[in-house]
Write a protein that binds this ligand. Structure first.
Ligand code: XMP
Length: 518
């Protein structure tokens, strides 16, 4: 069992960032609902607690409050932003409603005696975002740092090992933020920092073997990062007790099925079944133009095809999925909490319910960057690990309106050219533009426009290029790629793809547009 740091979530948009920063220090962290009973944390053996920030005021009748017994666990506690106010409020200090929100960069000066700031400069820049502020300290606490606006920017109760900071050490703008977190973990909580991907694989392989026993597992492989890493990990644990199913729905990108077969069947020697179901999907989609209807049909046919494939395998007990930690964490329903508005979406869904299988989700505890590290450790190639996201319904949401095989073939060719161009073009540091952006793809517009080729007039289709930057797909902006890339992609698509005589570039941001066109 690794050492665990509990992050109590009071609804900050940065809660997950705190948890990730802790893991970057090679210490395992877990996010808990703010009101989790202290006894549960004790049972889990946590060796330190971090109280996250949050949008509430401690004086609001709806303020989220922790189980006060958290302060009696005997483990160090670090309160961040709203967390420091909670400490002040619950342990006998005083918090004043802020007249003015302190937001943005400030400078703290610290005394040089607090272990949180060990080996750090006396003064550095920190990121603030709070309304209320602590105005008198609870008993046993001392001020350890101040800003222009606050004499209690950092506080310490050394004997109980309680610490509070008014600013956000987890955000990128705070200088030495990770050092502060590391000081808390290593210097104060006594963590040793042995959470690593190699250890994770070892523990996870043992856990999978124990959970699965001699039973059989199936996994729907999409070729994306998550399902590929899940497949590689489970395969390492139970070999051919795992069967992967790749559904070729006719909506895949060029050469996709062959690439998946080559990697998993040939390289990894997995039991991979490819369900060739192009005709089934395309006939179910024939004549359908409404985007939501298209999605629903694809989801339903996928389940049917997958189910048929599983029946052919025989006795199966487990369905493996590449669910990640951010899909599992439930956002706390707190007033003003922007995080609680963000819903997980776009799930094909319905599989586990229909198939009555037990779930095996070996990536449930990992963030995306950890999944990539795990994939690398398991020997997956970079082109899988660093693959851009691809929607479940595939090219169906990029082939506008009615889906036809001839449209899809045009789209596949154009898309492959754009990807080639994006992968070949590098910036001044040698990084490919494909890896710099969030997504880059072609969209087929069933619109004909007039062109001229040689002496002839043409009347052909339009391809739109969509290249976006984003951090989490919730918002996005069109990427300012060099004109040369657009020029090259456009001229190659028009010259090489029969049926296309015009290429346009999508310059819409999300919101109000979405990343996909449907
Ligand atoms: P939008 O178009 O909503 O896309 O801005 C946000 C992100 O989600 C992906 N996406 C989907 N993924 N099934 C999926 O698995 C879907 O139906 C779907 N629609 C959009 C999209 O590629 C982008 O990364």
């Amino acid at each position: 069992m690794p050492q665990i740091i509990a992050v109590l979530d009071f609804g900050s948009q940065y809660t997950q960032v705190i948890a990730r920063r802790v893991r970057e220090c090679n210490v395992y962290s877990r996010i808990y609902h703010y009101a989790t009973p202290a006894s549960e944390l004790e049972k889990d053996g946590v060796c330190g607690v971090i109280l996250s920030g949050g949008p509430s005021s401690v004086y609001s009748p709806k303020a989220p409050l922790p189980d006060k017994a958290v302060f009696d666990l005997g483990v160090p506690v670090l309160g961040i932003c709203f967390g420091i106010q909670l400490m002040g409020h619950l342990l006998g200090g005083k918090v004043a409603p802020g007249q003015q929100r302190e937001y943005g960069l400030g400078t703290i000066s610290q005394d040089g005696i607090c272990p949180l700031f060990k080996a750090l400069p006396e003064s550095f820049k920190v990121w603030n975002s709070h309304g209320d502020k602590l105005i008198s300290l609870p008993e046993g606490f001392e001020a350890r740092a101040r800003t222009e606006n606050s004499e209690f920017a950092a506080i310490e109760n050394a004997s109980r090992r309680f610490y509070g900071i008014q600013f956000h050490p987890e955000v990128f703008h705070t200088e030495h933020g990770v050092d502060i977190i590391r000081n808390f973990l290593m210097g104060i909580c006594g963590c040793v920092g042995d959470w690593s991907m190699a250890n994770y694989i070892e523990a996870s392989v043992a856990a999978i073997r124990q959970q699965v026993g001699d039973k059989h597992v199936i996994l729907g492989l999409s070729g994306g990062v998550d399902s590929s890493v899940a497949a590689a990990l489970i395969h390492k644990a139970i070999g051919r007790q795992l069967t992967c199913v790749f559904v070729d729905n006719g909506l895949c990108r060029k050469n996709e099925t062959a690439a998946v077969e080559k990697l998993f069947k040939d390289n990894f020697n997995m039991d991979l079944r490819v369900a060739k179901a192009e005709d089934t999907f395309l006939s179910a989609l024939a004549g359908v133009t409404d985007p939501e209807k298209k999605r629903k049909i694809i989801g339903k046919v996928f389940i049917d095809v997958f189910d048929d494939e599983v029946k052919k395998i025989g006795d199966v007990d487990f369905l493996a999925q590449g669910t990640l930690y951010p899909d599992v964490i439930e956002s706390v329903p707190i007033e003003n909490n922007p995080a609680s508005l963000i819903k997980s979406h776009h799930n094909v869904g319905g599989l586990p319910e229909k198939m009555k299988l037990k779930l095996l989700e070996p990536l449930r505890e990992l963030f995306k960057d950890e999944v990539r590290r795990l994939g690398k450790e398991l020997g997956l190639p970079d082109n899988v690990i660093w693959r851009q996201p691809f929607p479940g319904p595939g090219l169906a949401v990029r082939c506008l309106g009615e889906i036809r095989k001839d449209y899809l073939d045009i789209l596949r060719e154009a898309d492959a050219i754009l990807l080639e161009v994006m992968k070949a073009a590098t910036d001044k540091d040698g990084k490919s533009w494909y890896s710099k952006v969030w997504q880059s793809f072609a969209v087929f517009l069933p619109v004909k426009t007039v062109g001229v080729m040689g002496d002839e007039r043409t009347y052909d289709y339009v391809i739109a290029l969509r290249i976006v930057e984003s951090v989490d797909a919730m918002t996005a902006d069109w990427a300012r790629v060099p004109y040369d890339i657009l020029a090259k992609a456009s001229s190659r698509i028009i010259n090489e793809v029969k049926g296309v005589n015009r290429v346009v570039f999508d310059i819409s941001s999300k919101p109000p547009a979405t990343i996909e066109w449907e």
